[in-house]
Design a protein around this ligand. Structure first.
Ligand code: PMP
Length: 455
C-alpha cells in the first residue's frame, strides 16, 4: 500500500490554508469579533471547521450555501443531516410560516392535529406503533433510555465503541482492559464512572456483545444500524440479526437510533434491512431544519412502562424526567408533517440514493486510479471516504484511522473548490435538490485534489 508523503501533505495543507484565509476576510473578521461567544462561535463544536475560523452563513437554499464573502458552495454537509431535506424546502417553510403567522401558536402546551398525522406516517415508515416527540435526537435518546430502564428494571445501556448518540451520558464509553468499560477519550466530566451505567462492546463483534449481555444487567442495546459518527462502518452480514437475537435471549431491548441512517431509505435502515427494534429514535432531518425529534416504542415496551406508571412508581406526565416543555410543539409538528409528506418522499430517496451511488463510484475510481490507501462506504443517500484501506470493520479501527492533517487538507481543498463536506468526517449527503452536475463537480475536484498528494 502506498505511504502518504507527509512533507508533500504539509506543503499542500499550507497552500490550501493560505487560499482559504485570503478568500474569506469577512468570515475571519466576524470570527475575531465574536468575543462574547465561548470559543467565538455560537456552539463550541463549530470550531471543528478546518481553517482556523468557520465560514459565516449569509443564506442557503436547496443544496447551496452562500457565505458572507459571497462564495456559493455545493453543500454536501447539509447541516450534517439536519438539512437532509435541503435548506429551507418550500413545503416546510410554507407550513411553518402558516403556523407562525396565519394560524399562530408556536408553543402552547396543547396537542395539534399535525402530530397525529406525523405519528401515523412514522408508523407507516418505521413500523413502531407508538410515538412521542422531542426537540432533538439527543433528547429522544435520553428519554427513551429512561423508558428502557423502567421497562426492564435494569440499569445499564450497551453501546459500541466510538458510537455517537448526542450528549447522552451513558454513551461515551469504550471497552477497557479485561472486559471493563471506560470513558472514551475527551468525554467531558462524566457524572459517574462509565462502568456504573454502561457496557461497551465492539461493532461487528457479536461475541463481545454476548459477553456484556451475559451479566444480565443491560436494559437496552443502543446502536445505529451502521456506525456513522466515526466514519461509516457498515454492519457485516448477520451482525444486526445477531444483535436482535442476543437482545431477546438476554432480556434486553434493542434500541435503534436512525438519526443519520435514515439516509438508507424512505423507511430508514429499519425498513430497508427489516430490523425489529423495540425502541426507535430519529431526529434532525424530519422537520426540514426545524428542531424536532421522535422516539417510537413497541406495544410491549408501552405496556411495561404503563404497568409502572399505573402502579405509581414512575411519572411520565409531570417531573419524572421524560419530556420537555417545548417538545411536540405546533411549529415542529407542522414542519415534520410538511417535510415527510412533501419533501422526503419515496421519489426523493430514489433520486438521492442514485446520486450517492454516482458520488461513491466517482470517489472509488480516483482511489483506484492513484492507488490511494483510503476506502469509501455508502449508506443509501450518504457516502463517506475514510483514510484507511480496507474499510474499517469496527469503531476502534476507524478511530485509529483518523488523520488530522489529511482531514484538514481535504476539507479546505474542497471548500476552496466550492464544495462543503461535513466537518466531523468526510461525509457527503444528498438532498432532493442535489443534481448529477453537483456530484460530478465533486468527482472532478476530488480527482484533482487527491492527485496532488498521491498522483
Ligand atoms: N444520534 C445520532 C446517531 C447522531 O448522529 C446524533 C448527532 N450527530 C444524535 C443522535 C444527536 O443529535 P442532536 O445533536 O441533533 O441531538
Amino acid at each position: 500500500m502506498p505511504a502518504t508523503d507527509r512533507a508533500r501533505l504539509a506543503r499542500l495543507l499550507a497552500a490550501e490554508q493560505e487560499r482559504y484565509t485570503a478568500d474569506h476576510p469577512r468570515s475571519r473578521e466576524l470570527f475575531e469579533a465574536g468575543g462574547n461567544l465561548f470559543g467565538r462561535v455560537p456552539m463550541t463544536w463549530m470550531n471543528k471547521w478546518s481553517g482556523g475560523f468557520p465560514l459565516y452563513l449569509d443564506h442557503a437554499r436547496g443544496n447551496r450555501i452562500t457565505d458572507v464573502d459571497g462564495h456559493t458552495y455545493v453543500d454536501f454537509a447539509l447541516g450534517d443531516t439536519g438539512a437532509m431535506a435541503g435548506h429551507s424546502p418550500v413545503p416546510t417553510t410554507t407550513a411553518v410560516a402558516r403556523r407562525m403567522g396565519e394560524l399562530g401558536g408556536i408553543t402552547t402546551m396543547l396537542p395539534s392535529e399535525d402530530a397525529q398525522w406525523v405519528g401515523e406516517e412514522l408508523t407507516r415508515r418505521f413500523g413502531m406503533p407508538l410515538w412521542s416527540f422531542t426537540l432533538s435526537a439527543t433528547d429522544a435518546n435520553r428519554w427513551a433510555v429512561r423508558l428502557a430502564r423502567l421497562a426492564t428494571g435494569r440499569s445499564k445501556i450497551l453501546v459500541f465503541a466510538y458510537c455517537y448518540h448526542g450528549s447522552v451520558d451513558e454513551t461515551f464509553a469504550i471497552p477497557g482492559p479485561d472486559g471493563t468499560t471506560v470513558s472514551r477519550p475527551g468525554n467531558v466530566a462524566p457524572p459517574v464512572p462509565l462502568d456504573l451505567t454502561t457496557r461497551a462492546a465492539t461493532w461487528n463483534d457479536l461475541a463481545s456483545v454476548e459477553r456484556e449481555l451475559a451479566h444480565g444487567d443491560v436494559a437496552a442495546i443502543l446502536t445505529e444500524p451502521a456506525l456513522t459518527n466515526i466514519g461509516i462502518v457498515l454492519p457485516e452480514p448477520g451482525f444486526l440479526e445477531g444483535l436482535r437475537e442476543l437482545a431477546t435471549r438476554y432480556g434486553a431491548l434493542l434500541m435503534i437510533d436512525e438519526t443519520h441512517t435514515f439516509s438508507a431509505g424512505w423507511g430508514g435502515a429499519t425498513r430497508e434491512w427489516a430490523l425489529q427494534p423495540d425502541i426507535f429514535v430519529i431526529g434532525k432531518s424530519i422537520g426540514g431544519g426545524i428542531p424536532c425529534g421522535a422516539y417510537g416504542i413497541s406495544a410491549d415496551v408501552a405496556a411495561a412502562v404503563t404497568r409502572h406508571t399505573d402502579a405509581g412508581d414512575a411519572d411520565i406526565v409531570d417531573v419524572g424526567g421524560v419530556g420537555g416543555t417545548l417538545a411536540g410543539n405546533a411549529l415542529s409538528t407542522a414542519a415534520m408533517r410538511a417535510t415527510l409528506d412533501e419533501v422526503l418522499t419515496e421519489d426523493a430517496f430514489a433520486h438521492m440514493t442514485s446520486l450517492a451511488e454516482a458520488f461513491t463510484d466517482g470517489v472509488r475510481e480516483t482511489l483506484e486510479a492513484f492507488d490511494v490507501p483510503w476506502s469509501v462506504s455508502r449508506l443509501g443517500a450518504r457516502s463517506e471516504y475514510r483514510f484507511a484501506r480496507p474499510a474499517p470493520r469496527t469503531g476502534e479501527e476507524s478511530a485509529a484511522a483518523h488523520d488530522d492533517d489529511i482531514d484538514a487538507w481535504m476539507h479546505l481543498a474542497m471548500v476552496n473548490r466550492g464544495i462543503l463536506m461535513t466537518p466531523f468526517h468526510n461525509m457527503a449527503l444528498m438532498c432532493p435538490e442535489t443534481t448529477r452536475e453537483d456530484v460530478d463537480r465533486h468527482t472532478e475536484a476530488f480527482r484533482e485534489v487527491v492527485g496532488e498528494l498521491y498522483g
